[in-house]
Design a protein around this ligand. Structure first.
Ligand code: LLP
Length: 425
């Protein structure tokens, strides 16, 4: 964990005491440790033992320039799901040959942009349906310089039994009824369509079964389906890569026995057993690269004690961090100073100011005499990127630490501009 109590019981991120930082810094603010993100990426890449690979960082987890640039410098590629994310990845220096474009319903103009990048486009457009193959082929034909082919990869839906995923239903994607990926039964049709369209070049096969996986079992099962298909295509398609997706879980406080590198080692063993080591292995982690290396710092606005309950009302709400409201996710919440053994801690229900019952971060043991600030841990992924301006609230500020100091900051969004934008039409 990038954020922990130091020897003086002060909560610190990247070696910087948060109490010191927030003497002046406004709240709510996300704080990220760029060095820890860099180390996380390097540790994962080391698990490939020098074999050709791409760690295609799922940019949706955290789109902040300093984060994406840190991952680019650590040698990561990117998995993007919109033209805007593609622009972020490119502007942050990610090599187009290491960028894949996923998503079930890419717009024509998004496909066009992916085809127009650099001399050969991006590494692949990851196609999620038979229908999409035809749309990509049509976009190639519509291009002014119709010479280039589109590199595509088929994202297979391996229909992994949902019960083995051990994740929240809303973030499981590889089960039978999900909208994602090409069902196994449709793969022969998809291959026929690729063969029938000279505009398409099949370069990869992939799957992504879900997020916050805490065991490698379902991940390896899905990978095996992808690898079997790749093997059956020997001699028929010149594949560059197999992609086993992202989804590596992190420890939100209730444990996660599998480290990201364990997932990589497990699928590499399977890849070797299947005789496919000549293919590059792509993985698409988002959460595991950044979640533990970000915290959301909030100020306590007031307490409310009523009907024997204690509410701690903070200035961060579900618009800043949606995960608890949307997935009943639990994030640890801690004060800036570790409570001493003599400090009386009690159960507080920590809530935000938004007018929704689900604007609730759960029950937390915190000092009876409430702190001025709290830190919501493990919020580096799917925190800021899912934030909204609901209730006329600003998007939160962000602060980026590197080598023990603040390297970059971004202010909260301008609320006067928001008001003007709503009333000026
Ligand atoms: N690749 C594809 C095709 C994906 O759909 C996703 C995530 C990833 C990679 C990255 O998955 P990760 O390694 O981050 O688990 N907002 C949710 C998570 C949604 C994930 C959606 N797809 C959350 O806050 O838990």
């Amino acid at each position: 964990m990038a954020t922990k109590y130091d020897a003086d019981s002060c909560l610190a991120s990247g070696g910087v005491a948060l109490a010191q930082l927030f003497e002046r810094a406004p709240t709510p603010t996300y704080v990220y440790d760029l060095d820890a993100i860099d180390a996380e990426a390097r540790e994962l890449r080391a698990a490939f033992d020098g074999a050709p690979h791409v760690v295609a960082y799922a940019v949706k987890a955290n789109t902040a320039g300093p984060v994406v640039r840190a991952l680019a410098t650590a040698g990561c590629g990117a998995d993007v799901v919109s033209a805007a994310e593609l622009e972020v990845a490119l502007a942050c220096g990610i090599d187009p040959e290491r960028i894949v474009f996923s998503g079930v319903a890419k717009k024509d103009e998004e496909i066009d942009r992916a085809l127009a990048v650099g001399p050969r486009g991006i590494a692949a457009i990851q196609v999620e349906s038979v229908e999409e193959l035809q749309r990509v082929a049509a976009r190639v034909r519509a291009r002014a310089s119709a010479s280039r082919r589109a590199r595509v990869s088929l994202r297979i839906n391996p229909a992994v039994d949902e019960s083995t995923l051990a994740t929240h239903r809303h973030i499981a994607t590889g089960h039978d009824e999900a909208k994602f990926g090409i069902p196994f039964d449709d793969v022969p049709v998809a291959l026929e369509r690729v063969a029938a369209h000279p505009e398409l070049e099949l370069v990869g096969l992939g799957a992504h079964v879900g997020s916050q996986l805490t065991s490698t079992v379902a991940y390896v099962e899905a990978a095996r389906h992808v690898f079997e298909l790749a093997r059956s295509l020997r001699g028929r398609a010149a594949l560059r890569y197999v992609d086993t997706g992202g989804g590596f879980g992190i420890d939100y406080g209730d444990g996660c026995s599998a480290r990201p590198a364990d997932f990589v080692r497990a699928v590499r063993a399977e890849q070797r057993a299947m005789g496919l080591l000549d293919l590059e292995l792509f993985v698409e982690p988002g959460r595991s690269l950044v979640a533990a290396h970000g915290v959301l710092v909030a100020r306590v606005i007031q307490v409310k004690v009523a009907r024997e309950r204690r509410w701690l009302m903070i200035d961060a709400g579900m618009n800043d961090l949606l995960r608890p409201a949307l997935y009943q996710a639990r994030h640890r919440i801690v004060p800036f100073t570790r409570p001493a053994a003599s400090t009386k801690v009690v159960e507080w229900r920590v809530v935000g100011p938004v007018c929704e019952s689900s604007d609730d971060f759960g029950l937390h043991m915190l000092p009876e005499d409430p702190p001025n600030h709290v830190a919501i841990l493990d919020t580096g992924a799917y925190g800021f990127t899912m934030a909204s301006q609901y209730n006329g609230r600003a998007l939160p500020a962000e602060l980026f630490l590197k080598e023990g100091r603040v390297a970059h900051t971004s202010s909260a969004s301008n609320i006067d501009a928001w008001i003007a934008s709503r009333v000026s039409m």
